[in-house]
Write a protein that binds this ligand. Sequence first.
Ligand code: 28F
Length: 692
Amino acid sequence: MEKKQHYNADDLKILEGLEAVRVRPGMYIGSTGVNGLHHILWEIVDNSIDEAANGYADEISVILHKDGSASVEDNGRGMPTDVNTKAKMSGVEIIFTKLHAGGKFDNENYAFSGGLHGVGASVTNALSKWLNVEVYRGTVFKMSFTSTYDKTKKKWMCGIPSAPLLDTGEKTKKRGTYVHFMPDKEVFETVEWNYDTVAKRLKELAFLNKGVKINLTDERPVYAFEYGEDDEGNVTEIKVPQPPREPISYKYDGGLVDFVKYLNDGKTPLYEEPLYYSDIRDIQVKGAPAGKIKIEFALCHTKDDTESLFSFVNNISTVEGGYHENGFHSGLLKAINDYARANGFLKAKDPAFVPDDVKEGLTAVLNVKMANVEFEGQTKTKLGNPEARQPVEQTVMEGLAKLQNERGKRSVFDEIAKKAKFAADDRIKHRAERDVAKAASENDGLNLVGKLAACSGKNPDMNELFIVEGDSAGGTAKQARIRQFQSILPLRGKPLNVQKKTALQALQNEEIKTMISAIGAGFNRSFDVEKTKYKKVIILSDADQDGMHIRCILLTFFFKYMRDLINSGYVYIGMPPLYKVYKKDVVEYAYDDAELDEKIKKVGKGYQLQRYKGLGEMSAEQLWDTTMNPATRNLIQVTIEDAAEASAVIEMLMGDKVEGRKEFLAQNANFNKVDGFIDKVNFKPESGGEAD
Ligand code: 28F
C-alpha cells in the first residue's frame, strides 16, 4: 500500500463545531459514565497508535497525573504544524477544534486507521476543562485550549484556543506529539481513571501492534479501603495509603503470537508455537470505493474443551463477533477438514468435522483492519459488514494450507486433526447418551411407581432425597418420612458400579435411570446442577461392609456423572446409629464405639443394649429419630475429595491387584471399622445434628 509521504494542512476537511459535543456527549462517546471518560483518553491514544501502526512511531507513553489529568505522548512525525490555506489555521488547531477533521477517512495518509472509533481528538478537547498539546518537529510547538460556560451568551465555549499554535523556537531532538488534558467534572459522572481498565487496554494494544512499546505511569496516590470502627463504634471505611504503582511497559515483538501465548498461560497447549498468518486483500464495501482489508490471526489449540476467540476490528474488540469471526470459523473448518481427509484422520466413511470439533480447546486472536466499518449489536461490538467474511475465510484457509508445508509444522496439524477427530467421536457418542438420559428424565413418574416415593413439595432448597439400601429399609423410611419434603428411593441390591462402564452402559441400568430421573438435572455433560430437584441427596446405607461398598459405588457414580452435585455441597451421607442403649423410657443412640461407653454411663445400671445390624431392624420411629429428623440426625456432607477417594477405593476393589483388595477387605470386615474408612476418606461431619 502506498503511503503519502508529504502531508499538508490542506488535506484536512472541516465539518462542524464543538458545541454539539458538549450538548450531546453521549452521541460522541457513548455515555458520560466511566466508559465515556475512558473513551476520551482512547481518542488520543488511538491517534498515537495510528501513527505507530503505519510505521512512524514505536513508543507511546501514558501518564495518569496526580491532579486527575492524563497525558499521552508518541514519537511519531508530530501533528502537522503548517497552516491550512482554506481554514487559515494550523493542522494542530484543526485536529483539536473541528469534528471529524482529518484525512483519515480517505485512506490516503494512513493505510489502515483505527480512527473510525476516533471521532477524533476534538471530542476529547470539547469535553476537557483544558488541553495542552506539544509537537516536536525540530522545535517545540505549543498550543492550549480551555472550556467554559459563557453565562451571558448562554453557550458552551469549549475547546477554545488561547492563542494560535506557537513555535517556541526551543530546539528539540524529540519527534512526536504530546497531549495533556483534564476531563471536565461538569461533563462526567466520574473523572477517576480506572488503572486496571487503562492497563488492560494498553496491554491489548501492545499485543495488537507488535514491537510498539507502550508505557503507563500512574502518579496518583494509591489507597486500599478497609473497614474499621470509629469512636462511637460505627463501621466506617478507612483509606489506607499504599505504595505508589510502579510504571509499567508493554512491548510484544511477537504480536498476536505473544497474545495467544499469554491467553494460554495456565493451559496445556497441544503444540509449542502458535500458528500465525497475515495477508492484505481487496474488499468492496457496499456504497464505498474499492478498498483493502488487512487480516491477521494467530491460533493454538489446548487440552481445554472450550474455545476462546478474541477478535478485533481496527483495534476495537468485537466481543459480539460478526462476519469476520464467521469467516475465520469457516476457513478453519475447511482447512482442517481438508487436512484430515488428505492425511487419513478422516476415513472415507467418516462424516466431516463440524465447527465445534475444530473449535474445541482453540485459543485464537483475529485482527482485521478495514475502512467503512459498520458496528452492530447491543454494545456496538459486532462487525456488520458481510463483505468481510469471504476475504477472512480465504485468508485463513490459504494461510493454514501454506503453513502445513512449512518445516516442522506437519506435526502441529496432526495434533489439530487428532484433537478434532477425538471431539467428533465424543460428540457422536454423547449425542446418543444425551438421548438416553433425556428419555430417562422424561420417564418421571411412569415406570417409577412403587420405587421412588416422591415428596409433594416442589422447593429444591427444602427437598431431600434419601437413597436407601434395601427394600425393607426403604419401606421403613417411607413410613418415617415427612412427605412434604422427603423423598425415598429404595435400592434393590447393589447398584451398578459405573467405574469401568461407559456412560451408555450406565444408562442401561434401571436404578441409575431412576436416580437421574429423580434428581432431574440430567447426566454427565448435560448435567446442570441448577436444575436439581433436591439440594440434599442423602445416601443411607447400613453400617457394614456391604453398606460401605454401596456408598462407595454411589459416590463414584456422582463423582463421575453428577460432579457438580458434590461440588455444590448437595450430597450427604446419612449416619445410622450402631447401638441403642435403653432402660424403661430412657433411650440413647451411639454412633460409634467411643460413644457407646459414654451412652452406657449416661443410661446407668440396668441398661439394655441393642446392636443394629442394619437399617431394616429399626422401627419407623427409630429411623426418624436417629437418621431422618433434621433436628437430631447426623449428616456428613460429602466433599469432592471424599468422592474421589471413594472412587479410588472402588478402583482398588475392582482392580487387578488382588493383594490390596484382600487387605482392604480384611481391614474393613468388622463393620465397626466403617468409621475407620470414614476417617480414611476424610469425611467431615457436620457438627452435631442439623438445626434446619
Ligand atoms: C498524543 C497523541 O495525536 N499523534 C499524531 C500525527 C501525525 C500526523 C498527523 C497526527 C493525517 C490524516 C489527520 C504527520 N505528518 N498523538 C497524536 N501524530 N496526525 S496525530 O496528521 C494528521 C492526520 O488525518 C502526520 C504527516 N502525516 C501525518
